[in-house]
Ligand binder design. Sequence first.
Ligand code: SIN
Length: 303
Amino acid sequence: MTKVNMKVNISGVELKNPVMTASGTFGSGIEYGEFVDLNRLGAVVVKGIANTSWKGNASPRVAETFGGMLNSVGLQNPGVDEFIQKDIPFLRKYDTKIIVNIAGKTVEEYCEVVKKLATADIDLLELNISCPNVKEGGVSFGTDAKMVEYVTKQVKRVSKQPLIVKLTPNVTDIVEIAKGAEAGGADGLSLINTLLGMAIDIHKRKPVLANVVGGLSGPAIKPVAIRMVYQVAKAVGLPIIGMGGIMTGEDAIEFIQAGATGVAVGTANFINPTATMDVLEGIGKYMNQYGVEKISDIRGIIA
Ligand code: SIN
């Protein structure tokens, strides 16, 4: 295989390739270290981190569905202090970028986490205003363009690293929401988070998830994600991290042609711990097959 140039620039940070992990599907990479050479990843996007530790929702909180899965984890996390102490030193041993997903119940809580990370050795922040599984914070901030602009502005004021805003697909007009984040000063966008869904155990006559509803991810949502990345890329001038059902290199290429600069692999990690490496190799294979020298040559090429 000929060597191809996969370098991408996300909000001023150069990544060796566009492949990263989707928040919440890879922890901080510690459990995956024996399957995946973290040095080969463009970035690790860690699980949402809040100002204090959160227990998350009651079980069952994950369920397999046709072409994907539902989760209602509820942003379980150890809190920012433990994350700074344990996870950052672990990740820093590797030649990969660190993107920290920020969780909070209030704007103040988001700001508290971001302030604590100001002096931490991380590369980018990803503001989670799209988790559908928490009663406060998460998606409650992400469905109104004015609110998205406000939260982004407040967090941006105190952030030292570039700020990516992660968008929910559970809206009528994703472009309006993306423009809200842009107006608030976002440096980049990631989309899509999960689609709100539900499954019923007909034998027990009960919802499958203890939380009743949860976020649907996996290949089942990929066409929705591609459509949203395409629409947002055409309307907003910010770099986009695209995600939603990426299982293969071809899937990743589809997102890039729709306009994504980076691609995040999520649900695939649960069924194939080396999915990120397979996606990376698949992108290289495609580039070789079609003589694409630089990944940027095919970004957003769909009219
Ligand atoms: C969760 O922890 O509930 C999922 C994370 C997310 O949807 O952002």
